[in-house]
Write a protein that binds this ligand. Structure first.
Ligand code: FAD
Length: 548
């Protein structure tokens, strides 16, 4: 039995589901295969980053995220302690996810929604369009690229089948079969730490100590940071991570129970729900695919969870792929459009993987500046030492907790389908994040008088912003029409928009990144449209001197 589909997605984790939803939202049929039944034994991600929340806004699923069962008012404090019944060194307080302030650079805030709550939201999103066929208990066995498509052999409990597709995406996680089939290697550091995660249930956890409710407890012993416990569902479930070292180790059940007792400072009652032994890695795929097969999410990049960048980077991959696959499916995408996926997203993968490792090193810097013995003893002198050490550690950890620059500030500066404007690249900082409308950047958020965000103008096709007293942009509009490129002209007269965008004509791509900007009409509007749709990839570089 052989079926033919436009896009085959391998893997029904958050990235595969987001891509299926994004494609369905764009009117592109796809089939997703997932080798498991979709149930999640141990949720990994729980931070839905601010950019992912902007995508949820675009997709119209904010209510679903808000209504996820993670309590809106559960405090998100980060608490640095010697033990739950030991000493507190410092604390970074945060309100519950429903009450965190919305920053001025975005219409959204980040959310705490763990994978066993977020995957079902993404699945519902994927199913909503009616264009995504989700097939669970269905495993990819082999994948080959043919001159006009791809051919996948898949296995279900009942039989082996063939799926043919125009394009295939490997969103099949760190051990990606797709990556393996393509013979693509990964470079970086394959073992930062050998870590053991333990999910346990303890309904009266907060009553067993005096540190109050918080999202993450970070435990500092004489050897530095050795353990973390996070509130996985803001209720009765918690995840303990024995952080480990680069040396290979498999923590035994005795190690696990000993760690729980040491963390609490005494024995207590709990149920262990699951144990996951895993290796923290710092790896990026050497290539992001071929002409018709692409890697996304953990299949393309594996990073330390410090920062909560993994899934969020993967969803960024899915969004970059989404509009490009739509463009080629509908016939207006140029010959070089899909190749720009690697050019745009691999540098982001390298960037985010490196920052995640920096965050890990920050947390583990306690292993270099070890706490002295007084930190663990009562008394006023020890209180002063704890305050000093805690303030030092809290300042270091703020790099991880405040990282909107990583989440929102990734740019496609050197993309072949972006027309540079000759302005110098601003610094790429994790904090503070400063919005820019320089070509390649995420188009800035500005609140409009009618209550919408500028971000609400982007998504379906290209948007040509005419800001204030702008040239007509008619040549761009006509060129887009000639090439079949969907484009909407939007007139904006709010001064805040000009302040943020700095130019009167701004062309924004369907993914919400700036493709081109100037104060005058382009010298050659058709060449510009060909550049941004991936047909004339050399043109982007040539434009540099031609536009203001
Ligand atoms: C402890 C921990 C905490 C984390 N916290 C965060 C966080 O807060 N925020 C964040 O953004 N990231 C976080 N991450 C990272 C995040 O979980 C991953 O980046 C994310 O799950 C990757 O999603 P994915 O869909 O690419 O891959 P996966 O989640 O690995 O999904 C891949 C899917 O493909 C399926 N599959 C594999 N092979 C096949 C095959 N041959 N055929 C069919 N199906 C196949 C698998 O069954 C799986 O369901 C964390 C990671 C860990 C370990």
């Amino acid at each position: 039995m052989t079926v033919r589909v436009p896009v085959l997605i391998v893997g029904g984790g958050p990235v595969g589901l987001a891509l299926a939803g994004e494609l369905g939202w764009r009117g592109v049929p796809c089939t997703l295969i997932e080798k498991t039944d979709g149930s999640i034994e141990q949720p990994k991600m729980d931070l839905v980053g601010i950019r992912t929340m902007e995508f949820c806004r675009r997709w119209g699923i904010l209510d679903w995220v808000r209504d996820a069962p993670y309590p809106l008012d559960y405090p998100q404090d980060y608490i640095y302690i010697t033990a739950l019944n030991g000493f507190e060194l410092a604390r970074e307080p945060f309100p519950g996810r429903g009450f965190e302030e919305i920053p001025q650079e975005s219409p959204q805030n980040r959310q705490r929604v763990p994978q066993d709550m977020f995957d079902p939201i993404l699945r519902r999103f994927a199913e909503r369009s009616g264009l995504a066929t989700l097939r669970y208990n269905c495993e990819l066995v082999s994948l080959t690229e043919t001159p006009d498509g791809v051919r996948a052999e898949i296995k279900t409990a009942a039989r082996t089948e063939t799926i043919e597709a125009d394009y295939a995406i490997g969103a099949d996680g760190g051990g990606s079969t797709v990556r393996e089939q393509l013979g693509i290697g990964m470079s970086g550091n394959p073992a930062l730490t050998y870590t053991t995660n333990v999910m346990f249930r303890c309904p009266d956890f907060s009553a067993l100590h005096d540190k109050g409710q918080g999202y993450r407890f970070i435990f500092i012993g004489p050897e530095g940071v050795w353990l973390t416990i996070v509130a996985v569902n803001g209720g009765d479930r918690f995840r303990m991570s024995i952080v480990g070292t680069p040396q290979k180790i498999g923590h035994t059940e005795d190690d696990i129970r000993g760690a729980l007792t040491r963390a609490m400072g005494r024995e207590f009652d709990y149920d262990i729900l699951s144990v996951m032994r895993w290796v923290r890695r710092e790896l990026v795929a050497d290539r992001y695919g071929t002409e018709r097969i692409f890697l996304a999410g953990d299949a393309a990049h594996l990073m330390s969870p410090t920062g909560g960048f993994g899934m969020n980077t993967g969803i960024g991959d899915a969004v970059d792929l989404g509009w490009k696959l739509e463009a080629v499916h509908k016939g207006w995408g140029g010959a070089g459009l899909l190749a720009s996926y690697e050019a745009e997203r691999r540098p982001v993968g390298l960037r985010n993987v490196a920052e995640a490792s920096r965050n890990l090193r920050r947390m583990l810097s306690t292993r270099e500046r070890l706490p002295g013995p007084e930190i663990f003893q009562p008394g006023a002198a020890s209180d002063a030492a704890r305050k000093d050490y805690g303030e030092w550690f809290a300042a270091i950890m703020r790099h991880e907790w405040f990282a909107n620059g990583i989440m929102l500030g990734y740019r496609y500066d050197d993309s072949p389908i972006v027309a540079p404007d000759g302005t110098p690249a601003p610094p790429d900082l994790s904090h503070p994040y400063t919005q820019t409308a320089r070509p390649g950047a995420r188009a800035p958020h500005v609140w409009l008088n009618d209550g919408r965000s500028t971000l609400d103008l982007f998504g379906r096709g290209f948007a040509l912003l005419r800001v204030g007293d702008a040239p007509s942009g008619a040549a761009i509009e006509q060129s887009a029409k000639m090439r079949g490129v969907p484009l909407t002209v939007v007139e904006l007269n709010e001064p805040g928009v000009l302040a943020a965008y700095q130019r009167r004509l701004v062309l924004v791509r369907p993914d919400g990144h700036v493709a081109w900007r100037a104060d005058e009409e382009p010298a050659n509007a058709l060449a510009l449209i060909d550049t941004v749709r991936g047909q004339s990839i050399q043109h982007a570089k040539q434009r540099q001197g031609q536009t203001s």
